[in-house]
Design a protein around this ligand. Sequence first.
Ligand code: HEM
Length: 274
Amino acid sequence: MSEPRVYGSSEMTYNDYLKVPELLNLQHRQSEPPHHDEMLFIIIHQAYELWFKLIIHELSSAMDHMKRLEVLRARHFVHRCVEILKVLVQQIHILETMQPVEFLQFRDRLTPASGFQSMQFRELEFLAGLKEPRYLQFFKNRPDLTAILQARLDGPDLRSTYYDMLRGLGHSVPENASDQERAGDAEAMEQIIQALIPLYRSPDSQLPLYLLTESLVELDQFMGLWREHHMRVVERVIGFKKGTGGSSGVEYLRSTTSKKAFPLIWEVRTHLSL
Ligand code: HEM
């Protein structure tokens, strides 16, 4: 057996590289005496935030490749996000091992903190193309965060970049298609659907583009599944109590489950015929 590599004085170590000691020092329970399950509650949220960070990183790369018409490379990064989201959908159920009465024992300590204040979740939505300025209100006391979110609102997103890429590849998609779609312009939406139909009629003729387009649908699908699973877990843990962020709770969460960043790509299936 070769000599084991041990901590050296100058070379890189696992803990230095990954900043493990710093990471493990970021879980501070607020309950007194510290409630056992609060550790789970903190760690699961932190784990989500780390994955959100990676998804934002990957989607930004996907957009860069779309801009350069590098279809398969863009697909590579979107597909990675889909795989991450599959893990995120499953992860939420760990919280079901927490009894409702146990959560009540420290829930008051969180108020008024809430998932509404997850900056990265909102960034992720805006980056995908789900741009709803009403969510800025949760950050009104933080001009620094508001500025970042406003830049995401004003900047290109995955959907607008995808449509621009389609035009760049010669498909007849209107200019500013995403804005027109958001404004509910029926003519523009019809044009987008018509541009996508040939792709769905013969996927093999433009396979890389088809694969990328389906990955975008999967991104919507697994984001939607996360919303549904989160909503169910919330119902199981707090029932129909109001949220700590002031919403109606499960009722509000249910209203978000149908959100889609790419509704027209979903709609193509309805219009498809042989
Ligand atoms: C027992 C566990 C949980 C409960 C009871 C819970 C409850 C809620 C409720 C009631 C809302 C609606 C907003 C409000 O009024 O506060 C919400 C939103 C949210 N929660 Fe959770 N949540 C839990 C776990 C999680 C976890 C693990 C995450 C992971 C990141 C998360 C992320 C979010 C996000 C991002 C929102 C905003 C969703 C949107 O506006 O579409 N939650 N949560």
